[in-house]
Design a protein around this ligand. Structure first.
Ligand code: ATR
Length: 281
Protein backbone atom coordinates (compact mmCIF):
# COMPACT_ATOMS: atom_id res chain seq x y z
CA UNK A 1 0.00 0.00 0.00
CA UNK A 2 1.27 3.49 -0.87
CA UNK A 3 1.37 5.97 2.00
CA UNK A 4 1.28 9.75 1.78
CA UNK A 5 0.67 12.57 4.26
CA UNK A 6 -0.02 16.27 4.47
CA UNK A 7 2.16 18.15 6.96
CA UNK A 8 1.16 21.48 8.47
CA UNK A 9 0.45 23.40 11.64
CA UNK A 10 -2.49 23.63 12.13
CA UNK A 11 -3.61 20.65 10.05
CA UNK A 12 -6.95 19.45 11.46
CA UNK A 13 -9.00 21.26 8.81
CA UNK A 14 -6.98 20.17 5.78
CA UNK A 15 -9.14 18.73 3.03
CA UNK A 16 -6.18 17.00 1.36
CA UNK A 17 -6.98 13.59 2.93
CA UNK A 18 -10.53 13.71 1.55
CA UNK A 19 -9.25 14.76 -1.88
CA UNK A 20 -6.49 12.16 -2.21
CA UNK A 21 -8.66 9.40 -0.76
CA UNK A 22 -11.26 10.18 -3.41
CA UNK A 23 -8.60 10.16 -6.15
CA UNK A 24 -7.40 6.73 -4.98
CA UNK A 25 -10.95 5.40 -4.79
CA UNK A 26 -11.65 6.52 -8.36
CA UNK A 27 -8.59 4.63 -9.59
CA UNK A 28 -9.16 1.69 -7.22
CA UNK A 29 -5.67 2.17 -5.82
CA UNK A 30 -4.81 1.04 -2.30
CA UNK A 31 -3.53 4.28 -0.74
CA UNK A 32 -3.34 5.73 2.75
CA UNK A 33 -3.26 9.49 3.22
CA UNK A 34 -2.92 10.98 6.70
CA UNK A 35 -2.72 14.38 8.37
CA UNK A 36 0.49 15.11 10.26
CA UNK A 37 0.78 17.98 12.72
CA UNK A 38 4.45 19.00 12.82
CA UNK A 39 5.58 21.14 15.76
CA UNK A 40 6.76 24.62 14.81
CA UNK A 41 10.50 24.32 14.33
CA UNK A 42 10.15 20.55 14.02
CA UNK A 43 9.54 20.08 10.29
CA UNK A 44 12.86 18.40 9.52
CA UNK A 45 12.53 15.86 12.33
CA UNK A 46 8.96 15.12 11.27
CA UNK A 47 10.04 14.43 7.69
CA UNK A 48 12.89 12.23 8.86
CA UNK A 49 10.48 10.15 10.97
CA UNK A 50 7.98 9.83 8.11
CA UNK A 51 10.69 8.68 5.70
CA UNK A 52 11.92 6.12 8.23
CA UNK A 53 8.35 4.87 8.59
CA UNK A 54 8.15 4.19 4.85
CA UNK A 55 5.95 7.09 3.74
CA UNK A 56 6.51 7.78 0.02
CA UNK A 57 5.63 11.44 -0.20
CA UNK A 58 4.12 14.46 1.48
CA UNK A 59 2.10 17.52 0.76
CA UNK A 60 3.26 20.51 2.74
CA UNK A 61 1.13 23.41 3.84
CA UNK A 62 1.36 26.49 6.05
CA UNK A 63 3.81 27.31 7.60
CA UNK A 64 6.31 24.76 6.26
CA UNK A 65 6.52 25.38 2.49
CA UNK A 66 9.85 27.22 2.84
CA UNK A 67 11.24 24.51 5.12
CA UNK A 68 10.20 21.92 2.53
CA UNK A 69 12.11 23.85 -0.12
CA UNK A 70 15.17 23.99 2.14
CA UNK A 71 15.12 20.25 2.77
CA UNK A 72 15.02 19.18 -0.87
CA UNK A 73 17.90 17.55 -2.74
CA UNK A 74 16.27 18.12 -6.15
CA UNK A 75 13.92 21.01 -7.02
CA UNK A 76 11.39 21.41 -9.83
CA UNK A 77 11.54 24.73 -11.71
CA UNK A 78 8.31 25.83 -9.97
CA UNK A 79 9.72 25.09 -6.50
CA UNK A 80 12.96 26.77 -7.50
CA UNK A 81 11.20 29.94 -8.60
CA UNK A 82 8.88 30.09 -5.59
CA UNK A 83 11.61 29.13 -3.11
CA UNK A 84 8.82 27.05 -1.60
CA UNK A 85 7.49 23.52 -2.02
CA UNK A 86 4.10 21.95 -1.42
CA UNK A 87 4.91 18.44 -2.65
CA UNK A 88 7.75 16.18 -1.54
CA UNK A 89 8.72 12.85 -3.08
CA UNK A 90 10.80 10.57 -0.88
CA UNK A 91 12.97 8.58 -3.28
CA UNK A 92 14.12 5.03 -2.67
CA UNK A 93 17.75 6.23 -2.46
CA UNK A 94 16.82 8.50 0.45
CA UNK A 95 16.88 11.75 -1.50
CA UNK A 96 14.01 14.23 -1.42
CA UNK A 97 12.54 15.75 -4.57
CA UNK A 98 10.43 18.90 -4.16
CA UNK A 99 7.79 20.38 -6.41
CA UNK A 100 5.36 23.26 -6.14
CA UNK A 101 2.04 22.32 -7.74
CA UNK A 102 0.06 25.36 -6.53
CA UNK A 103 0.62 27.39 -9.68
CA UNK A 104 0.03 24.43 -11.96
CA UNK A 105 -3.20 23.74 -10.08
CA UNK A 106 -4.30 27.34 -10.55
CA UNK A 107 -3.53 27.19 -14.28
CA UNK A 108 -5.52 23.97 -14.70
CA UNK A 109 -8.52 25.55 -12.99
CA UNK A 110 -8.17 28.77 -15.00
CA UNK A 111 -7.87 26.79 -18.26
CA UNK A 112 -10.97 24.77 -17.44
CA UNK A 113 -13.01 27.90 -16.73
CA UNK A 114 -11.67 29.82 -19.71
CA UNK A 115 -12.62 26.89 -21.95
CA UNK A 116 -16.27 27.40 -21.04
CA UNK A 117 -15.81 30.99 -22.30
CA UNK A 118 -14.25 29.75 -25.54
CA UNK A 119 -10.79 30.95 -24.49
CA UNK A 120 -7.40 29.45 -23.75
CA UNK A 121 -4.93 30.63 -21.11
CA UNK A 122 -2.32 31.08 -23.87
CA UNK A 123 -4.45 33.83 -25.40
CA UNK A 124 -4.71 35.73 -22.10
CA UNK A 125 -2.65 37.98 -19.92
CA UNK A 126 -2.81 37.77 -16.15
CA UNK A 127 -3.31 40.58 -13.67
CA UNK A 128 -2.16 39.27 -10.32
CA UNK A 129 -2.97 41.13 -7.11
CA UNK A 130 -0.42 40.46 -4.38
CA UNK A 131 3.29 39.72 -4.42
CA UNK A 132 3.81 37.41 -1.44
CA UNK A 133 4.30 33.66 -1.22
CA UNK A 134 1.01 32.70 -2.87
CA UNK A 135 1.75 35.00 -5.81
CA UNK A 136 5.34 33.89 -6.39
CA UNK A 137 4.15 30.27 -6.25
CA UNK A 138 2.27 30.81 -9.52
CA UNK A 139 4.72 32.67 -11.74
CA UNK A 140 6.63 29.66 -13.08
CA UNK A 141 3.33 27.99 -13.93
CA UNK A 142 2.10 31.07 -15.83
CA UNK A 143 5.30 30.91 -17.83
CA UNK A 144 4.90 27.18 -18.48
CA UNK A 145 1.26 27.75 -19.53
CA UNK A 146 2.41 30.34 -22.07
CA UNK A 147 0.48 33.35 -20.77
CA UNK A 148 1.22 36.47 -22.81
CA UNK A 149 2.04 38.87 -20.04
CA UNK A 150 1.89 39.14 -16.26
CA UNK A 151 1.06 42.34 -14.42
CA UNK A 152 1.66 42.27 -10.66
CA UNK A 153 -0.09 44.91 -8.56
CA UNK A 154 0.62 45.08 -4.85
CA UNK A 155 0.00 47.31 -1.84
CA UNK A 156 3.78 47.46 -1.37
CA UNK A 157 4.85 48.48 -4.86
CA UNK A 158 8.49 47.47 -4.47
CA UNK A 159 7.50 43.84 -3.97
CA UNK A 160 5.34 43.94 -7.12
CA UNK A 161 8.22 45.29 -9.18
CA UNK A 162 10.64 42.77 -7.74
CA UNK A 163 8.36 39.82 -8.55
CA UNK A 164 7.81 41.18 -12.07
CA UNK A 165 11.57 41.43 -12.55
CA UNK A 166 12.00 37.84 -11.40
CA UNK A 167 9.27 36.80 -13.88
CA UNK A 168 11.07 38.59 -16.69
CA UNK A 169 14.26 36.77 -15.72
CA UNK A 170 12.54 33.47 -16.65
CA UNK A 171 11.27 35.02 -19.91
CA UNK A 172 7.74 35.81 -18.83
CA UNK A 173 7.02 39.39 -19.95
CA UNK A 174 5.91 41.23 -16.82
CA UNK A 175 5.38 44.59 -15.13
CA UNK A 176 4.75 45.61 -11.55
CA UNK A 177 2.94 48.52 -9.93
CA UNK A 178 0.77 49.79 -7.12
CA UNK A 179 -2.84 48.63 -6.69
CA UNK A 180 -4.34 51.77 -8.25
CA UNK A 181 -2.29 51.64 -11.47
CA UNK A 182 -4.54 51.55 -14.57
CA UNK A 183 -3.76 49.18 -17.46
CA UNK A 184 -2.98 52.19 -19.66
CA UNK A 185 0.07 52.85 -17.47
CA UNK A 186 1.78 49.77 -18.87
CA UNK A 187 2.63 48.90 -22.44
CA UNK A 188 0.88 45.56 -22.24
CA UNK A 189 -0.75 43.51 -25.01
CA UNK A 190 -4.46 43.86 -25.69
CA UNK A 191 -5.09 40.21 -24.80
CA UNK A 192 -8.06 39.36 -22.56
CA UNK A 193 -7.24 39.80 -18.87
CA UNK A 194 -7.60 37.13 -16.20
CA UNK A 195 -7.62 38.79 -12.77
CA UNK A 196 -6.17 36.65 -9.97
CA UNK A 197 -6.32 37.73 -6.35
CA UNK A 198 -3.23 36.22 -4.73
CA UNK A 199 -3.23 38.61 -1.78
CA UNK A 200 -4.15 37.47 1.69
CA UNK A 201 -6.44 40.45 2.18
CA UNK A 202 -9.55 38.29 2.44
CA UNK A 203 -8.20 36.84 5.67
CA UNK A 204 -8.92 40.24 7.24
CA UNK A 205 -12.13 40.68 5.28
CA UNK A 206 -10.39 43.39 3.22
CA UNK A 207 -10.71 43.85 -0.52
CA UNK A 208 -7.76 45.13 -2.55
CA UNK A 209 -9.12 47.91 -4.75
CA UNK A 210 -7.74 48.06 -8.26
CA UNK A 211 -8.33 50.62 -10.99
CA UNK A 212 -11.79 50.02 -12.59
CA UNK A 213 -10.36 50.17 -16.13
CA UNK A 214 -9.01 46.65 -15.59
CA UNK A 215 -12.54 45.27 -15.58
CA UNK A 216 -13.19 46.51 -19.12
CA UNK A 217 -10.52 44.12 -20.40
CA UNK A 218 -11.22 41.26 -17.99
CA UNK A 219 -12.91 37.98 -18.90
CA UNK A 220 -12.54 36.09 -15.62
CA UNK A 221 -11.89 36.94 -11.98
CA UNK A 222 -10.29 34.35 -9.69
CA UNK A 223 -9.74 34.52 -5.93
CA UNK A 224 -7.29 32.00 -4.51
CA UNK A 225 -9.27 31.98 -1.25
CA UNK A 226 -12.38 29.89 -0.77
CA UNK A 227 -15.20 29.68 1.72
CA UNK A 228 -18.78 28.48 2.00
CA UNK A 229 -19.89 31.91 0.77
CA UNK A 230 -18.41 33.92 -2.11
CA UNK A 231 -15.22 35.58 -0.80
CA UNK A 232 -15.21 39.33 0.01
CA UNK A 233 -13.29 39.92 -3.23
CA UNK A 234 -15.91 38.06 -5.28
CA UNK A 235 -18.71 39.93 -3.54
CA UNK A 236 -17.04 43.28 -4.21
CA UNK A 237 -16.78 42.47 -7.92
CA UNK A 238 -20.28 41.10 -8.37
CA UNK A 239 -21.46 44.39 -9.88
CA UNK A 240 -18.95 44.04 -12.74
CA UNK A 241 -20.97 41.08 -14.04
CA UNK A 242 -17.73 39.17 -14.68
CA UNK A 243 -17.55 35.44 -13.99
CA UNK A 244 -15.94 35.11 -10.54
CA UNK A 245 -14.44 31.96 -9.06
CA UNK A 246 -13.06 31.07 -5.68
CA UNK A 247 -9.91 29.00 -5.19
CA UNK A 248 -11.36 25.60 -4.31
CA UNK A 249 -10.60 24.29 -7.79
CA UNK A 250 -6.97 25.33 -7.37
CA UNK A 251 -6.82 23.20 -4.21
CA UNK A 252 -8.16 20.14 -6.00
CA UNK A 253 -6.05 20.60 -9.14
CA UNK A 254 -2.81 21.13 -7.17
CA UNK A 255 -3.65 17.85 -5.44
CA UNK A 256 -4.24 16.18 -8.83
CA UNK A 257 -0.77 17.31 -9.94
CA UNK A 258 0.82 15.99 -6.72
CA UNK A 259 -1.03 12.69 -7.17
CA UNK A 260 0.30 12.44 -10.73
CA UNK A 261 3.85 13.14 -9.56
CA UNK A 262 3.60 10.43 -6.89
CA UNK A 263 1.70 7.69 -8.69
CA UNK A 264 1.95 8.42 -12.41
CA UNK A 265 -1.83 8.22 -12.62
CA UNK A 266 -4.37 10.98 -13.14
CA UNK A 267 -7.72 11.01 -11.36
CA UNK A 268 -10.76 13.00 -12.48
CA UNK A 269 -10.32 16.22 -10.49
CA UNK A 270 -13.71 17.66 -11.47
CA UNK A 271 -15.52 14.68 -10.00
CA UNK A 272 -13.60 15.24 -6.75
CA UNK A 273 -14.19 19.00 -6.84
CA UNK A 274 -17.95 18.45 -6.84
CA UNK A 275 -17.65 16.35 -3.68
CA UNK A 276 -15.23 18.73 -1.97
CA UNK A 277 -17.57 21.66 -2.66
CA UNK A 278 -20.18 19.87 -0.57
CA UNK A 279 -17.66 19.57 2.29
CA UNK A 280 -17.03 23.32 2.25
CA UNK A 281 -20.69 24.30 2.33
P1 ATR B 1 0.85 34.51 1.29
O1 ATR B 1 1.77 33.38 1.59
O2 ATR B 1 -0.59 34.23 1.60
O3 ATR B 1 1.04 35.06 -0.07
P2 ATR B 1 2.37 36.75 2.25
O4 ATR B 1 3.60 36.20 1.63
O5 ATR B 1 2.43 37.36 3.60
O6 ATR B 1 1.23 35.65 2.37
O7 ATR B 1 1.76 37.82 1.21
C1 ATR B 1 0.53 38.46 1.44
C2 ATR B 1 0.19 39.33 0.25
O8 ATR B 1 -1.11 39.88 0.42
C3 ATR B 1 1.12 40.52 0.08
O9 ATR B 1 1.22 40.82 -1.31
C4 ATR B 1 0.38 41.61 0.84
O10 ATR B 1 0.68 42.92 0.43
P3 ATR B 1 2.01 43.66 1.02
O11 ATR B 1 3.16 43.11 0.25
O12 ATR B 1 1.76 45.10 0.76
O13 ATR B 1 2.06 43.32 2.48
C5 ATR B 1 -1.04 41.30 0.44
N1 ATR B 1 -2.03 41.82 1.39
C6 ATR B 1 -2.27 41.38 2.65
N2 ATR B 1 -3.26 42.07 3.22
C7 ATR B 1 -3.67 43.00 2.31
C8 ATR B 1 -4.67 44.01 2.28
N3 ATR B 1 -5.45 44.22 3.36
N4 ATR B 1 -4.80 44.76 1.16
C9 ATR B 1 -4.01 44.54 0.09
N5 ATR B 1 -3.04 43.60 0.06
C10 ATR B 1 -2.88 42.83 1.13
Amino acid sequence: IERYVVIGNPIAHSMSPAIHTDFAAQLEMPLQYARVLAPLGGFKQTVRALKAAGVQGANVTVPFKLDAFGLADVLSPAAQFAQAANTLIFQADGSIHADNTDGGGLCRDLSRQLKTLGLQLEQCQVLMIGAGGAASGCVAAFHAAGVHHLTVLNRTVGKARELAERAEAIDLPAAGGSLDTPPSHFEIPGAPVVIVNASSSSLNGDVPLIHPAWFERAVLVYDMMYAAQPTPFMQALESTGLPCSDGLGMLVFQAQLAFEVWTGQSPNALETLTKVRQLVL
